[in-house]
Design a protein around this ligand. Structure first.
Ligand SMILES: [Zn+2]
Length: 248
């Protein structure tokens, strides 16, 4: 039995969302992707697309379990950071490239001196209707990062014209915070500011729903995974050998 703090929806919900997304994709003339979602929904062929609620759910469960394991074994202190990278105007989501953003984050971590720490998380895109745009940000878990280096990392965001570009929280409830790290949103909180207490969630307005699903369709869930000082080995996520020897 999973902890009630495990913030991942039941499979029945994902099956329902899949039908809803197929309808949206069909309405925007993306019949091929809608068809792949349906094949995946009836278990005929796994689609591995990030617009598929079943595939993203599976990926999030896997990733949450791996991250929890890393946090259990990993060095302290442990923080969860939210790093706002870009605000993107409606209609321009196609300019967002997960690989490039991950490269930018990696460089920032290098520059801040975090190369001896472990960082795991993901890229996320969410709609902020009150600011008329998409927020492109990372949620990451940092393990063993020194205070001084985190301060340098934060200072790197000081010139950002985005509201509250750097947020950090201590990892207190690993199950809740880590399962919340990786979301593939199709809802928004119209009455909330970024980083403040969230209001109720509503489905995205139709044009944004279409834009988001068509953009997600270009990527696999794993394209949103961010690892630093860590790497995938088959189904496991492990520290890279360099870090492992540094721990000894
Ligand atoms: Zn799928």
């Amino acid at each position: 039995m999973r902890s009630p703090n495990f913030k991942i929806e039941p499979k029945a919900d994902a099956l329902k969302y899949s039908l809803r997304y197929q309808a949206v994709l069909k309405a925007s003339e993306n019949h091929q992707i809608a068809e792949r979602l349906q094949e995946c929904r009836i278990d005929r062929e796994k689609c591995d697309l990030s617009c598929c609620p079943l595939c993203t759910r599976k990926h999030r469960i896997w990733r949450t379990e791996e991250f929890l394991e890393i946090a259990r074994a990993g060095p302290h202190p442990q923080w969860v950071l939210t790093l706002l990278f870009d605000a993107v105007a409606p209609g321009n989501l196609h300019t967002v490239e997960p690989k490039k953003l991950q490269h930018r984050l990696r460089k920032r971590l290098d520059t801040a001196g975090l190369s001896e720490s472990l960082v795991a998380g993901g890229l996320e895109v969410s709609w902020h209707g009150n600011q008329r745009g998409w927020s492109v940000h990372f949620h990451v878990l940092t393990l063993g990062a020194e205070e001084e280096h985190l301060r340098v990392l934060k200072a790197g965001f000081a010139s950002s014209d985005l509201k509250r570009p750097f947020l950090r929280q201590k990892l207190k409830d690993p199950v809740e915070q880590i399962s919340y790290l990786l979301k593939f949103h199709t809802y928004h909180h119209p009455f909330a500011q970024i980083g403040q207490e969230k209001g109720p969630a509503y489905p995205l307005p139709r044009p944004q729903m279409e834009e988001l699903l068509n953009w997600y369709a270009n990527f696999k869930p794993s394209d949103f995974l961010f690892l630093y000082g860590l790497r995938r080995r088959g189904d496991r996520i492990c520290p890279t050998p360099k870090r492992r020897s540094a721990e000894r």
